[in-house]
Design a protein around this ligand. Structure first.
Ligand SMILES: Nc1ncnc2c1ncn2[C@@H]1O[C@H](COP(=O)(O)OP(=O)(O)OP(=O)(O)O)[C@@H](O)[C@H]1O
Ligand SMILES: [Mg+2]
Length: 268
């Protein structure tokens, strides 16, 4: 099987006045369909920058080098070379993103149904009624109870977990091939977080999604990841399937990371 995303020798440098930050120092990895790749590493190691590079959402003063190829219908698209219009076509459509805070994507002034419908209409030429049906359907897919009623609710009427489900519904409604999730459960309590992770597992299977899951939490990695990439100060210091990394970490940093959470080493 071919990877759906291939990152090669990605370097990102921020130059702010006199200060230069080398956020990524030449990282390479791939994501395959139907796979959850966990990107872990301490704060500031470059996890979010990796995510934003893929969608070209970094600020203008960032220097980006390397290659990020996205594969669709057997065509390879170099993401770093697209213009803004081409990128808009890809973002929220072929590649979408879920953030830590659902409020990053949800507008408090509109009903959740309206927002899902708008996302559909921004990429598809169908009428509102058809879009509404698709919206209800996707709300069902992410297990929002009573979707017909919830459709007319505003974000503030929903719990944190339900809001994140709406954000995920918006992310998947246009049938993406890749989902980028930056700490998607950090703001949720343990029970709700577990339910959202279960949803990711389901979506990966049913929609054949390739998921890049950024997290601090090794418990989450053990639960859902197929493969793990450990970032340390802008470099990949370890990469492998979740069992081998948990069983025999190679890099001192990974060992330290695992030692700080010994109870999570037991994976069923
Ligand atoms: N917009 C930016 N301008 C300047 N420097 C930035 C910018 N975004 C990130 N950086 C720097 O790049 C490095 C990597 O940051 P990044 O946000 O990717 O870390 P992270 O691994 O996501 O950390 P966290 O776990 O805290 O979210 C850090 O040194 C950070 O200060
Ligand atoms: Mg981050």
């Amino acid at each position: 099987m071919e990877p759906v995303l291939e990152i090669k020798n990605l370097k990102v440098r921020f130059t702010l006045e006199e200060q230069v930050v080398e956020a990524l120092k030449g990282i390479s990895f791939s994501i395959y369909p139907k796979e959850i790749v966990a990107l872990v590493g301490e704060s500031g190691s470059g996890k979010s920058v990796t995510c934003y590079s893929i969608l070209n959402l970094l600020p203008k003063y960032a220097d980006i080098e390397g290659s990020i190829t996205f594969r669709k219908d057997n065509k390879k698209i170099e993401l770093l070379r697209l213009n803004e219009k081409q990128l808009r076509n890809i973002r929220g459509n072929d590649i979408s993103m879920v953030f830590q805070e659902p409020s990053a994507v949800l507008n408090p002034l509109f009903t959740v149904g309206h927002q899902i419908v708008e996302t559909i209409l921004s990429h598809r030429d169908i009428n509102k009624e058809e879009a509404k049906e698709i919206a209800i359907d996707v709300m069902r897919k992410v297990h929002i109870p009573e979707p017909e009623r919830r459709f007319y609710q505003y974000p503030h009427e929903l719990s944190g977990g339900l809001k994140q489900r709406v954000a995920i519904a918006i992310a998947i409604v246009n049938n993406p091939l890749i989902l980028l999730a930056d700490e998607p459960t950090t703001a949720l309590d343990v029970t709700v977080s577990a339910q959202i992770l279960k949803l990711f597992l389901e979506l990966k299977e049913n929609l054949k999604l390739g998921i890049l899951l950024i997290t601090h939490d090794l418990g989450i990695v053990a639960e859902v990841a197929d493969r793990v990439i450990v970032l340390y100060r802008g470099e990949i210091v370890e990469e492998g399937d979740v069992f081998s990394i948990f069983d025999s970490p190679e890099h001192p940093y990974t060992k330290k990371l695992l030692n700080s959470r010994p109870s999570l080493l037991k994976r069923a």
